[in-house]
Design a protein around this ligand. Structure first.
Ligand code: NAD
Length: 485
């Protein structure tokens, strides 16, 4: 089972120093295709020693990569973007087999990952300078330099494995950091394609190192003294544990965590706009999207009409084999995740909410971790289904009386990741959006703009990714003051 070779069905090592090397540990991750419930491959669970090998490789590569300067690093990043884009279909097929996301979603998010890398390459000019600042004391000036923080540990979830990694990799590499990256245990196999892209783009050995594994591997990265910064995307619970570990070491950390975003539908909404955008904004990726607007706040005066519009879309979603182009909703990522979603559906019923549509396993799909897209009505903001992150295709509709009450309901949440406003009067919709306690708000659609910062408020995170703002956490500053020339 152990060798230095690699194929797309099995990972047999860790990618460090620009090549696959045999893993130290014997434990294997079993990767199950959620659409077939069959094992499709294995990956070694990186041990502490494997993580150390990867960190050592990153540490050796750091001085040259950091000294290369932003323009040279941007050139490598743009080549990596090209190589990732060239493999978008390979990434799409593998990720779909790993996590059940529809193949049209996984292929387009691979293209999106390439665009994010290319965007960070385009920012090289903004880093390419040291500046001299007067001190106010005769003759003394300060030279202010930006230096990479060091080796960065990048830990990611299974729902959008490649684009979430790109959101970290782009700014980290541009800043001059080298990295050790670990995907979720559900989705390690696409690392084979990523390593191919890294080699084809001639990313210098040791600059990007890849390990597979679960919580213990993630903890080994977080705790490693050679790792200077952590960037994490995942659940709020895991994020809190990582924040505590980083606080103990005084290690900087960026956290992109869970959410329970709301869509506030204003009373002047065009119901067709709501229909057209609901799938993407609220049920994207089988509902397993951190910023999905799963709380639907509908004006009481138009409640019945808008519930019908929503129910039409939810009921009409094409559920099935995620490898088919026309599929909109595939299986959930794992049996455990399906159980979690089914438990929430049962909880909603027991709390007194009504299942307006869905709520069961689709009868035509006896194999695979499928759950019908589900809409709850007769819900209220105190219910757990309206407060907790379900992370599946389950929407909760609630009426509100007026704009102020609607906004109060939006903000009555421990989370603050994202949100949406639907409305015809765009000025009013924007005024309302600005009252959301959330990092990202969409009007009539919910898309992430790579050039704008994305980051959760409240229990949804710490710091931001995307935009130029995402580079700063990978930098540290040094000022040298004297009679400088
Ligand atoms: P998870 O928190 O279980 O795991 C995420 C990653 O962290 C995995 O690689 C896991 O192995 C690792 N990990 C878990 N505990 C760890 C620990 N104590 N120390 C180090 N590493 C650890 O999350 P998941 O189930 O993979 O993903 C779903 C969650 O991610 C949802 O809550 C979702 O909202 C969130 N998410 C957030 C964003 C965002 O940008 N805010 C994006 C996608 C997903």
């Amino acid at each position: 089972m152990r060798s230095n070779s690699i194929d797309t069905a099995n990972l047999t090592g860790i990618f460090a120093d620009g090549r696959w090397i045999a893993a130290d540990g014997d434990d294997l991750l079993e990767v199950v295709n959620p659409a077939t419930e069959r094992v499709i491959g294995y990956a070694p669970m990186a041990s502490d020693r494997d993580v150390d090998v990867a960190v050592q490789a990153a540490t050796r590569a750091l001085p040259a990569w950091s000294a290369a300067g932003p323009t040279a690093r941007a050139f490598v990043l743009s080549r990596l973007a090209i190589e990732v884009e060239a493999r978008a279909e390979d990434f799409g097929r593998i990720v779909t087999r790993e996590n059940g996301s529809p193949v049209q979603e996984t292929t387009s998010t691979a293209m999106n990952a390439a665009r994010i890398l290319a965007y960070y390459a385009s920012l090289a000019g903004s880093l390419d300078c040291e500046d001299l600042r007067p001190s106010g004391v005769a003759g003394l000036v300060s030279r202010v330099a930006r230096r990479p923080v060091g080796v960065a540990g990048l830990i990611t979830p299974w729902n959008f494995p490649l684009s979430i990694l790109a959101m970290k990799l782009g700014p980290a590499l541009l800043a001059g950091c080298t990295v050790v990256a670990k995907p979720a245990p559900e989705t390690p196999l696409h690392l084979a394609v990523l390593a191919e892209a890294l080699v084809a783009a001639e990313v210098p050995p040791g600059v990007v190192n890849l390990v597979a594994g679960g919580v213990s591997t993630g903890q080994a990265i977080v705790e490693h003294p050679g790792v200077a910064k952590i960037a994490f995307t995942g659940s709020t619970e895991a994020g809190r544990q990582i924040a505590v570990a980083c606080a103990r070491q005084l290690k900087p950390v960026t956290l992109e965590l869970g959410g329970k975003s709301a869509a506030l539908v204003l009373d002047d909404v065009d119901a067709d706009v709501l229909r057209a955008n609901l799938m993407r904004a609220s049920l994207r990726n089988n509902g397993q999207t951190c910023y999905a607007a799963t709380r639907l706040l509908l004006p009481r005066a138009r409640y019945a009409e808008l519930v019908d519009a929503v129910a039409d879309v939810v009921q009409g979603a094409v559920v099935g084999d995620p490898m088919r182009e026309e599929t909109q909703v595939g299986p959930l990522v794992s049996d455990r995740q399906r159980q979690r979603v089914e438990d929430y559906v049962a909880l909603g019923r027991s709390e007194g909410a009504t299942v307006a549509t869905g709520g069961s396993r689709p009868q035509h799909l006896p194999v695979g971790y499928y759950v019908e897209p589900t809409l709850f009505t007769d819900s209220n903001p105190g219910m757990r289904i309206a407060r907790e992150e379900i992370f599946g295709p389950v929407l909760v509709a609630m009426p509100y009386a007026d704009e102020d009450e609607g906004i109060a309901m939006v903000n009555d949440s421990p989370f603050g990741l994202a949100g949406m406003v639907y409305g015809d009067d765009l000025d009013r919709a924007e005024r309302v959006a600005c009252r959301f306690e959330a990092g990202t708000v969409g009007i009539n659609s919910l898309v992430l703009n790579p050039v704008a910062p994305f980051g959760g408020w409240k229990e949804s995170g710490l710091g931001v990714e995307l935009g130029p703002e995402a580079v700063t956490p990978y930098l540290r500053y040094q000022s040298v003051t004297g009679n400088l020339r």
